[in-house]
Design a protein around this ligand. Sequence first.
Ligand code: PHE
Length: 451
Amino acid sequence: MTQTTHRSHWSNRWTFMLATAGSAVGLGNIWKFPFMTGVNGGSAFVLVFLACIALVGIPLMMCEIMLGRRAQRNPVDGMLALAREAGASALWKWVGVVGLFAGLLILAFYSVIAGWVLDYVVRAASGSFKGVDAAMAQSQFNTFLATPLELVLWHSLFMVMTMSVVARGVNAGLEQANKILMPALFAILLVLLGYSMAVGNFAAAVRFMFTPDFSKITPGAVLSALGHAFFSLSLGMGAVMVYGSYLQRHVSIVRTTFYVAIAETAVGLLVGLAIFSLVFAYDLEPGAGPGLIFQTLPIAFGQMPAGNFFATLFFLLVAFAAWTSAISLVEPAIAWLTENTKLTRKQAAWLIGVTDWILGIAVALSFSVWKDVKLFFGLNIFDTLDKLTTNILLPLGGLLMALFAGWVMKTPHVQDELGLAGAPYRLWRFTIRFISPIAILMIFMYLLGLV
Ligand code: PHE
């Protein structure tokens, strides 16, 4: 398929991989994965999550990159162009439209949580974890959540950080940021892992995360593992699709997907091991929920040798990871605006940035003054956005993309783009036609209370 406008492309395969891994590795790995593992009983959740990555995540990531590269356009016009090429309905463009809005909705709360992380970088650096106990860590966190002005200020800073990268474009912005931040993130992670192996209870962490105990696998854990596989791999909303649209033709989609998925999963597992080593060494509660890293790690860091330094490194790692994910959350919208209006990238970044910033303020307030404002199903603003996107919009987007690639697109086009033939192709197609859609439909039935 030919491209309509002159578009930027990644400089090479390596920068695409870094950027896609940068999108995938984020708050999902460092904030969500550990607490969900803790809440869902450890190894059972981890093993099911790994199976979901292998069976649904990896085939769908190949699918999404493939759609993007073939279309060479933003996800909305891209889906439209692909549908035309396949002689299918123009309605498929709605997959792109919904994904674009899902990205903006996710960024609104993502930016607020990334703001907490920035605040914790400063707290760690200024030594405020020294000697805190569980009650103090909890009350520090709750007091912070109840101070809307601080939440809004940190959220504003994170939004400015995100948009200033996005405004600079694919090569000077996205690519450069990932080239610097991702290696820094890996380096910090290795230092932290070494440190928590030395001072923490590494053996207990390995046992907790990997000893298979299939009696603990519940339908709820299976379904939350599947939903989390989507969020964690950034699938279902067009971020990976738009990144794929900047990928040159000669790069192997299959191979790059494996590298990205392995890097993303490895980071998740290593962060989990580092965190649970500390949690067990200091007798903290693994099932503490969303506050896990904010309420328990300060206690552990506060008691350790050179704890301030390592705490600062840890929260910096989380901030970097969130930053490289946030830029991918807005890219579909930015690409759509620059390819359909006269706005420059910079103007588009301003427009989206200000709009999302306002939405984010509502999220920030939902932890204090607007706590009782309920939107859907009695959920507050933060929970509504989180649940609506993670549990509904991303799996729905993934389902439609899988159906489109598996049943609507012409086989030669798919094969040409993926560079797959014979048995490997048939295996991929079987997964994308049957396994992924059925798995996703199961989530929906569970949510609707049908199973
Ligand atoms: N994958 C990111 C994380 O784990 C979140 C994300 C979801 C980013 C969807 C882009 C698209 O934090």
